[in-house]
Design a protein around this ligand. Structure first.
Ligand SMILES: [Zn+2]
Length: 265
């Protein structure tokens, strides 16, 4: 197996997240790989810098992160013709261009951990996205590569919630009944991932494996809706393929994992 070490970075801001448990899951799937669970990515990397240089390094990092932020959701080529769309209106904090955030993180990796036999998986509290081919800005769950970023916010916000939920939510907002939104979220709780939802730990297993498969085989998500590597478009699909009682990899991906020395579920 080409993969020797996996580093898994925690998102300390995400309630209900159990990164140690995800680390144990990866160890069970990949018994020949050393899996190390670490704290928040930027904190971990900055700690490696000599103490007297940490202030400068932190300021430089903040500057780079500001540059990677999306300031306007309108595609750069369309900005003359249309008004500005403020990402703040999404209510998700700063939104980053996925590839730009990945590039910033990649430079911070220690050279001894940057080789192809090392894989860094960052559970990130940042919202990430990019413009698609129709110049629409799309939030994303994951950006695979070195490091592979999985946005914990993205897991809650990107896969579509049930149509009825969206309809009723818009209805309540139109009537000015915002105080009823929590009840509505609770009523639909089983059907969609919410903040603090412990099911995020099951859902992340699939995304962590996606990062592993991408590294091992250069392959993206699976087309089989029952496979952990399926890239779910809706919350319903997401919960079905990651949290169901018979959740596992499809046959082809189970065989590929076994061929690489891993142990499928
Ligand atoms: Zn599959």
């Amino acid at each position: 197996m080409q993969l020797k070490r996996v580093y898994l970075y925690d998102d300390p801001e995400m309630d209900g997240l159990d990164t140690e448990a995800l680390g144990r899951y990866l160890r069970a799937r990949l018994p020949q790989v050393a899996v190390e669970v670490r704290g928040e990515f930027f904190t971990h990397q900055l700690r490696r810098v000599a103490e007297e240089d940490q202030g400068t390094a932190a300021r430089e990092l903040a500057k780079q992160l500001r540059r990677a932020q999306v300031k306007d959701l309108v595609h750069p080529a369309e900005r003359r013709a249309s008004g500005r769309e403020d990402p703040a209106e999404l209510g998700l904090g700063p939104v980053y261009r996925a590839a730009a955030l990945q590039a910033i993180m990649s430079v911070l990796l220690h050279s001894s951990e940057a080789g192809l036999d090392h894989l860094h998986i960052v559970l990130a509290g940042q919202a990430i996205g990019d413009w698609d081919e129709t110049r629409q800005f799309r939030l994303r769950v994951a950006c695979l590569g070195q490091p592979s970023i999985v946005s914990t916010v993205g897991l809650v916000e990107v896969p579509r919630r049930p149509r009825q939920y969206s309809f009723m939510r818009a209805h309540l907002v139109a009537l000015g009944l915002e105080e009823d939104l929590d009840d509505l979220a609770e009523a639909f709780g089983r059907q969609a991932l919410g903040y603090g939802d412990p099911r995020i730990n099951d859902v992340l297993k699939g995304y962590a494996l996606m990062a592993v498969f991408y590294r091992l085989y250069g392959e993206g998500p699976c087309a089989d809706r029952t496979c952990r590597l399926y890239d779910a478009a809706t919350q319903e699909e997401l919960l079905a393929c990651q949290c169901g009682p018979r959740t596992r990899l499809c046959r082809r991906h189970s065989e590929m994992l076994a061929a690489a020395g891993g142990r499928p579920e």
